[in-house]
Ligand binder design. Sequence first.
Ligand SMILES: NC(=O)C1=CN([C@@H]2O[C@H](COP(=O)(O)OP(=O)(O)OC[C@H]3O[C@@H](n4cnc5c(N)ncnc54)[C@H](OP(=O)(O)O)[C@@H]3O)[C@@H](O)[C@H]2O)C=CC1
Ligand SMILES: CC(=O)N[C@@H](CCC(=O)OP(=O)(O)O)C(=O)O
Length: 343
Amino acid sequence: MIKVGIVGGTGYTGVELLRLLAQHPQVALQAITSRSEAGMPVAQMFPNLRGRVNLTFTEPSVDNLSQCDVVFFATPNGVAMKQVPELLAKGVKVIDLAADFRLKNPVDWQQWYGMPHACEDILAEAVYGLPEVNREAIKKARLVANPGCYPTAVQLGFLPLLKAGLVDANSLIADAKSGVSGAGRKAEVHTLLCEAGDSFKAYGVAGHRHLPEIKQGLQHIGGQAVGLTFVPHLLPMIRGIHATLYARLTQDVSDLQALYEQTYANESFVDVLPAGSHPETRSVRGANVCRIAVHRPQGGDTVVILSVIDNLVKGAAGQAVQNMNIMFGLAEDTGLMHIALLP
Ligand SMILES: NC(=O)C1=CN([C@@H]2O[C@H](COP(=O)(O)OP(=O)(O)OC[C@H]3O[C@@H](n4cnc5c(N)ncnc54)[C@H](OP(=O)(O)O)[C@@H]3O)[C@@H](O)[C@H]2O)C=CC1
Ligand SMILES: CC(=O)N[C@@H](CCC(=O)OP(=O)(O)O)C(=O)O
């Protein structure tokens, strides 16, 4: 059994990790931390876990966490980078759900996250945990940077077009919408029901911190510089991301549908829908899957890709468990075959 610790077990991605890992056949949950709830039984805070998780929240301490084979950080940006060097030195593998190890250039990190990086040497060895792109490197990694939620939906959507070099990489557009759980569980005015409900707005148009992450990933996939306009929106729903992606074809292609189906033919967690489909966020709610539809309206030169994920699953905790499975040599879908919840 893999001994697992979670730092930040009271947040939305933390409790989603607990839900998935409590059902994982090869995992023994060892330590779940929270500074504010230390001493409280996990199932008292989250009744959905009653009878399945018998641990109590503890203060985060390296002594406790170093008993684990792998530690997931489900903490705000800037927390993991201060603790990861010590855990790695003690032989513990780490999967960080925050952004601390996603951007390869520490100057970019400082610019977008407003703090200096605490361990640049370790940043260099971190592997970006998008399995559909980096599976071989993830197998050998000690430290995986789990991708952001928007970056997962956007990169998987554009990947086949960029890999095949069929579109103008300088004029990509990603118009993305997220449910409110994407903002986390901490109390903030803009996520109150009366602020976010019955309304719809864009935000971060001038520059969202996922922009450099998405550009870095797309540049790696396509092997060339990328120009991207990324506009996130807040939707009055709890879970889900819907990304509508636009790209201009630079050459004629007879069958984009076949390109997408072939690219993802061997991927368990990317589902290319039949031609003409319009994926819904509820078709992935609670499931570790990205569903994609390919459109070429009126046969013109603009390709429109629709990509949906659950931000807490394929956009966070599910992808993190997928990465753990790869790092520990398990079948990639172990404990991850949940069907989405309808309605
Ligand atoms: N929500 C989403 O859809 C996604 C989130 N992410 C990323 O995952 C991470 C967690 O997100 P989310 O679950 O939404 O966040 P939440 O705000 O819901 O939870 C944060 C958790 O971290 C703990 N925590 C806060 N500060 C510290 C600290 N200094 N040291 C140790 N623990 C701390 C909190 O508990 P306590 O204060 O009691 O210690 C809490 O359990 C973030 O980096 C987020 O950007 C990534 C993809 C998607
Ligand atoms: C709706 C909402 O607020 N979403 C968050 C992004 C999700 C997130 O948690 O960011 P990381 O993936 O980088 O960890 C935001 O825009 O800040």
